[in-house]
Design a protein around this ligand. Structure first.
Ligand code: GUN
Ligand code: ZN
Length: 435
């Protein structure tokens, strides 16, 4: 057995869904508390002094006054877009053609895929993100590179080969058959290996023929334990284009639904401009949506209707959408979610924001039995957040009357400088920004 580790500080504990009940009843801060890690899992949670006395030979990592949270879970990213994040001045379709597709072509080279995989996982660890669901490129090497790198770090990652057989440069196109064959081979090699899981990944309906969507639907039906991730109703121009390409479809969701690509393990990114039928179907099938607020602001996509969708009991995760999103930080992403809710006429509590970035994303990815909460038996993916990480935040911290005010100001103003420590699978990973 590995040596016991004790982390002490203020623990973020979930006792319910803060969208269903009072936030402060559902999300609790246990001050002067501690958790014990052994064999990669959280084995005990309790008062700091009690646990230290019960385990005198454990290593103790003291984080007095800091917030100990489940590791952040980024439910929709494109790791191959790491090197072109924050590319200026285009809307979705031109942005894909001008910046994204040329960068994704570079993943033909397995060495480049390995380099960016390592750099992406270093960057996200430094920002406190311990799990992500990533689109790769059409190249199998891009999936192999991310999975190999994550596996060597003991990191829980969901990923899949992005499939496209039209409306993309030739070098970025596969076919219905090769997308099926390559995805199947990758799934058989990687799904369930260590902490990895495979997601069937048609990019979005404009870049797949009906034949390819049908092939992806068949693969999902053969492997129903896998997630299926894609994009849905992100921008109005995209929806007009989709209508042109699928004149018989009732709406955007129907371009997936008719090919077997709507289900409880479906994870749909953006989902901003939904029609009533789409919302009914998403709810009925128990599908999950992913809110990508920095991306939706950056590419000018629109305002995600969080309050209305959560009121329908639809599962919602939170994501950076790297590199359509403008930050690797889930703290910046929570801040953007707050601002977008304000623009939509509702207010999100800090407890709801932290819940979305951890438990909400874990539920959307069907991983909430393993990650996304500090609880006995959960995998020990943990981020320690310094609530006074810069002079500007520290002076606000000093003036805060309540613990939630201190947490909220770090959500609104914090970034990787607020990440004091990170643990993945029970091992301290100490991002370089924390040393
Ligand atoms: N829709 C299809 N592909 C993409 C992508 O790479 N980023 C975003 N934001 N939207 C997409
Ligand atoms: Zn995306």
């Amino acid at each position: 057995m590995s040596k016991q580790q004790i982390l002490s500080g203020d623990l973020l504990i979930f006792e319910g869904d803060p969208f269903m009940d009072e936030s402060e009843q559902c999300v609790k801060i246990l001050s002067d508390s501690a958790l014990v890690i052994e064999g990669g899992l959280i084995t005990e949670i309790g008062a700091r002094d009690t646990l230290l006395a019960a385990h005198p030979s454990a290593d103790h990592h003291a984080h007095k006054g800091k917030l100990i949270c489940p590791g952040f879970i980024d439910a929709h990213v494109h790791y191959p877009q790491t090197a072109m994040i924050a590319s200026w001045g285009k809307r979705l379709i031109d942005w894909l053609n001008t910046y994204t597709f040329p960068e994704e072509m570079r993943f033909e080279d397995p060495e480049y895929a390995r380099k960016i995989s390592a750099s992406y996982l270093d960057l996200t660890t430094a920002h406190g993100t311990t799990t992500m669901a990533s689109f790769c490129t059409i190249h199998t090497a891009s999936v192999e590179a991310l999975f190999s790198e994550a596996h060597s770090r003991g990191q829980r990652v969901v990923a899949g080969k992005t499939c496209m057989d039209r409306n993309a440069p030739e070098r970025l196109q596969d076919t219905a058959q090769s997308a099926y064959d390559d995805s199947k081979a990758l799934l058989e090699t990687w799904h369930g290996v260590g902490r990895l899981s495979y997601a069937i990944t048609p990019r979005f309906s404009p870049t797949s023929t009906p034949e390819q969507l049908e092939a992806m639907g068949a693969l999902w039906a053969e492997n129903p334990e896998c997630l299926m991730q894609t994009h849905l109703s992100e921008q109005m121009d995209e929806i007009v284009w989709m209508r042109d390409l699928f004149p018989d479809a009732r709406d955007y969701l129907d371009t997936y639904e008719r090919f077997g690509l709507l289900g409880a393990r479906g994870v749909y990114g953006h989902a901003i401009h939904l029609e009533p039928r789409e919302i009914d179907q998403l709810q009925e099938h128990g599908a999950a949506l992913v809110h990508c607020p920095t991306s939706n602001a950056f590419i000018g996509s629109g305002l995600f209707q969080m309050a209305a969708l959560k009121a329908r009991n639809i599962s919602v995760g939170l994501a950076t959408d790297t590199g359509g999103g403008s930050s690797f930080s889930m703290l910046r992403t929570m801040a953007a979610a707050y601002e977008i809710a304000q623009l939509s006429g509702s207010v999100l509590h800090a407890g709801q924001l932290l819940w979305l970035a951890t438990q909400g994303s874990a539920q959307a990815l069907h991983l909430s039995d393993k990650i996304g909460a500090l609880d006995v038996g959960m995998e020990a993916d943990i981020v320690v957040v310094d609530l006074a990480s810069t002079p500007a935040i520290a002076q606000r911290y000093e003036n805060a009357a309540h613990v939630w005010d201190r947490i909220f100001s770090t959500i609104m103003m914090g970034d990787d400088r607020a990440i004091a420590d990170v643990w993945i699978g029970g091992a301290r990973v100490t991002p370089t920004s924390c040393t």
